[in-house]
Design a protein around this ligand. Structure first.
Ligand code: MG
Length: 385
């Protein structure tokens, strides 16, 4: 029986994780659930999965949950998330809190020796240089939940990285792949949230439309697979059937395919090294008929190059990119800036950042806080125009 703590249990990844668990009750038990503020859904999850502990980040939401009087210990605030992540007797932590609030609980879980099923890419984007060495010191296994990294992990299958010529991450290109670049200024949040293939949370769906998500995944792959940045590429693949591929030194390419459903990578991270039966519907290639590929257009997706730039600058720059992007995406969703200004806000914030080495998590978080504040000022400036 594998005992799990799920950070971010009411989000898209969290709900899919619980669905996988509910089909394999004999294999998994739920020790802890942690959420930001959705206590209505959490209360239902408590009744269904019977965790020992729950943590609610938002204090007033924690109060509302207490009034519902569920039969469980209720923790709150950042410390509550950390306690849920480091609970004695937990074998694996599913890290699925959206954005930078996921970093510290994930890092603390690693320090306490828990294996991680990692969906919160920010943990590696912000602090891969601290997280990965800590994981290897503690003998902690980090299993990717992100579909692309799960695909790469499956294609590599333990092979020596010396044999790898290139990791190629696939991207759908989002809803604006064929729109004119000029028209991008006018797109609405509702249009941007309408992803062609994947059903995901709001932040990541906007990041898919800008391709920032793929850029963050390049950074994630860099840390997860310990490859030089030149060996990571991105290709557009609008059908989202090939979830990523690896080109080896002999010219062979191995790819991983499935219907696009996060239960695939989640199951694999939970069951590894085994595979569960009947996780996804079988892939009917004859009815899909064609798998196509394109180079990403740098004019349409300027954020992608920005992420390579951040990775090459190193230190706190990827963290600043991520923080500025969080603010810019939120501002776009609130209709404070237009779609194409997401890139501008991130790029302007990065241009002002004096890179630090980011030697501690605190230093990384200070850089992140600085970037959020600066990006918010850029949003105000643009909004005032
Ligand atoms: Mg992904």
């Amino acid at each position: 029986m594998k005992r799990l703590s799920i950070l971010g249990s009411t989000g898209s990844i969290g709900r899919n994780t619980l669905e996988v668990i509910s089909r394999h009750r004999d294999r998994f038990s739920v020790k802890a659930l942690a959420v930001r503020n959705n206590v209505q859904m959490l209360e239902e999850q408590i009744r269904e999965f019977n965790p020992e502990v729950v943590a609610v980040y938002d204090a007033s939401a924690a109060e509302s949950l207490k009034k519902m009087n569920p039969p469980v210990e209720i923790l709150e605030g950042e410390q509550g998330l950390i306690d849920a992540a480091t609970l004695d007797g937990t074998d694996m932590v599913v890290s699925a809190i959206v954005g930078s609030p996921g970093l510290v609980p994930t890092y603390e879980a690693i320090k306490s020796g828990k294996d991680i099923a990692l969906a919160t890419k920010e943990a590696l984007v912000m602090a891969g240089h601290l997280v990965m060495p800590e994981a290897s010191r503690r003998g902690v296994r980090i299993l990717p939940v992100d579909s692309e990294h799960s695909a790469v992990f499956q294609c590599l299958d333990g092979r020596d990285m010396e044999e790898v010529e290139k990791i190629v991450l696939t991207a759908s290109g989002g809803p604006f792949r064929t729109k004119s670049v000029q028209a991008l200024r006018k797109v609405t949040p509702a249009e941007a949230l309408n992803h062609p293939n994947w059903d995901m949370g709001r932040k990541i769906t906007i990041d898919s439309a800008t391709l920032m998500n793929k850029g963050l995944e390049v950074i994630e792959a860099y840390w997860l697979f310990n490859v030089p940045v030149e060996k990571i590429g991105v290709i557009l693949h609008p059908q989202s059937i090939i979830h990523s591929m690896v080109r080896f030194i002999d010219g062979s390419v191995i790819s991983q395919m499935s219907v696009p459903d996060m239960k695939g990578p989640i199951s694999y991270a939970l069951s590894y090294p085994e595979r569960f039966r009947n996780v996804l519907p079988s892939l009917d290639l004859a009815s899909i008929r064609e798998l196509t590929f394109e180079e990403p257009d740098p004019e349409r997706y300027p954020s992608l190059a920005l992420t390579y730039k951040a990775l090459r600058s190193g230190g706190t720059m990827p963290c600043v990119l991520n923080a500025a992007n969080e603010v810019a995406v939120e501002a776009f969703l609130n209709e404070e800036i237009v779609f194409t200004e997401i890139f501008r806000v991130v790029s302007d914030t990065m241009a002002e950042h004096g890179v630090l080495r980011g030697e501690t998590i605190q230093e990384v978080i200070r850089a992140s806080d600085w970037a959020k504040k600066r990006a918010a000022e850029f949003v105000m400036d643009r909004n005032g125009k």
